[in-house]
Design a binder for this molecule. Structure first.
Ligand SMILES: *Cc1c(COP(=O)(O)O)cnc(C)c1O
Length: 234
């Protein structure tokens, strides 16, 4: 199937799942995760209606950005090093991967320099996996409180990459835990911290994630096909 057809199918699935669980499809944003994919693939998705694109590397993101239409909303979804924040400050719609106070401080500095406020999510390592980035669920609230003191970064929610599983039902409990954490932090009404975005769900598990309250799904393979990491320039 073509990228355009894949995109349509994923959007249809999102609408269907929403209907099934009584949610409004407009509550769920689909992010087309285009990492490792060439510009022509992104253009095809754009022409088919995609406007939110996710990349996980600063260098790749900033190389693609000037070559594509300016109404694209770029999402930084990968691990972010402090020394690279300056390259994406003001260029991306949302940083999904804040996992330390020091990173938040750097984002705050770059935002101030540009006289903007940068929206961001806290990345949670919901499965407490050695291999994953993100803070432990029990550290999230404290981190939100610390970051709330910084006036040029605005926390708008949480993000997670769930543990890998063959059966998406196996990760339902992690998504549920994320939603509980999201509501728990929301109920604290922390100044300058909003809980309105819950970024969870990828190709294999986005339907379950939506059932458990996701407001942003990040789908790569399901739209662009499998990634080839052996290609040059990836
Ligand atoms: C690659 C990636 C995705 C998309 O994964 P697929 O399984 O291809 O849908 C989503 N989120 C993050 C953080 C990623 O790095």
């Amino acid at each position: 199937m073509s990228i355009a057809e894949n995109l349509k199918e994923v959007q249809r699935d999102i609408n269907e799942v929403c209907k099934k669980c009584g949610r409004d499809p407009s509550e769920v944003t689909l992010i087309a995760v285009s990492k490792t994919k060439p510009l022509e693939d992104l253009k095809e998705a754009y022409d088919a209606g995609a406007r939110d694109f996710g990349e996980n590397k600063v260098q790749e993101l900033t190389a693609k950005m000037p070559n594509l239409p300016s109404d694209i909303r770029w999402h930084m979804i990968g691990h972010l090093q402090r020394n690279k924040v300056k390259y994406i400050a003001g260029e991306v719609e949302l940083i999904h991967s804040v996992d330390s106070f020091r990173l938040a401080e750097e984002i705050n500095i770059q935002a101030k320099r540009k006289k903007i406020i940068i929206p961001a999510l806290i990345e949670i390592n919901i499965g407490d996996e050695e291999s994953k980035f993100g803070v432990r669920p029990d550290e999230a609230k404290e981190l939100c409180k610390e970051i709330s003191e910084l006036d040029s970064i605005h926390i708008e929610g949480l993000m997670t990459v769930a543990p890998a599983a063959d059966d998406p039902e196996e990760v339902r409990r992690y998504f549920r835990k994320m939603h509980e954490l999201f509501l728990d932090i929301k109920s604290e009404n922390i100044d300058n911290v909003e809980m309105k975005i819950l970024s969870m769900g990828m190709t294999n598990d986005y339907k379950v994630a939506i059932e458990e309250g996701s407001t942003m799904v990040r789908v790569g393979t399901g739209i662009f096909g499998a990634r080839d990491y052996s290609r040059k320039n990836n």
